[in-house]
Design a protein around this ligand. Sequence first.
Ligand code: ISE
Length: 340
Amino acid sequence: MSVRVGVIGAGSMGAGHARMLNGQIAGCEVAAVTDADAGRARGLGDQLRGARVLPDGVSLVRDARVDAVVVASPDPTHYPLVMECLRAGKPVLCEKPLGTTSAECLEVVEAEIKLGRRLVQVGFMRRFDPGYEAMKAAVDDRRLGAPLFLHCIHRNAVAASYTTSDMIILNTAVHELDAARFLLGEEFVDATVRAGRATSAAPDRRPQFLVLETASGVIVDIEAFVDAQYGYDVRAELVCEKGAMSLGQTSPVHSYASGSSGHALHPDWIGRFDDAYRRELQAWVNSIATPGKPVGASAWDGYASTKTAEKCLESYRSQRPVRVDVGGRPSFYDGAQAMS
Ligand code: ISE
């Protein structure tokens, strides 16, 4: 059976997902697309074999010829559309964040538990990146002993002009918050955030430096800087009792020219995590075909990462350490990939 996917949002993320689903992912077809900008939706629909262009997200979710939904529309639309998918009983892969507040995310968790079926996957694509997967395997089999520190760097070359200091925590560093939860298999208990001075390229926002501690005492630090100019640069080094491990380079060649040597960087996350997006979509489609085996970040993960990011924001504002308590994960989410 081919899963008939509806894609909501025809911006760079939605269009990217739709094109991958259309040609590179087995077991599915793009049945419908929609976007608040009808012209943009038509433009995307024209590139995809057999995809209908529907007027809005709600009609796409309710459409009888759509089996599963990808939500890649603007952040404030995520929560209502995911709730609509739960009402329709359809699997949904929602781009992060699951909601704009942890309260919204918790409502999704509660609605999913009430429904009694795992239908929500959150698009934290790094869980499907081979580098993070290898690190997780090393943590899980303890080949390097217990983890002690996780050092993370998240630099964007450029950011949209409307990006604020708050968004650097809620929208950018939240990837590391989820990746750390995924790697370490535990929640955070404490967060301290210091904002650096603004860069002349973006005087209205401040690079952020987050230091968190997990329940077992692993220290995680995250530099989140969205105006780095030179390229998209994501790094992570895990220091354990008997060794350390860091993400490898993403370019296939190392070049030597004009007195320097190095590897090329991607301009943004779309290229850097291309492989992770493809693997994420394939795993999602496979999980729909074999229900009962959910993959990737769950609604609980969407909630816990947003709740932790909100606590980091509190620390940024107060410039004080803040306790983090996301509460106990409901047993409904046992066996989820993050906390196996
Ligand atoms: C963006 O929304 C993403 O999800 C990217 O992965 C991240 O690098 C960027 O900072 C965010 O704005």
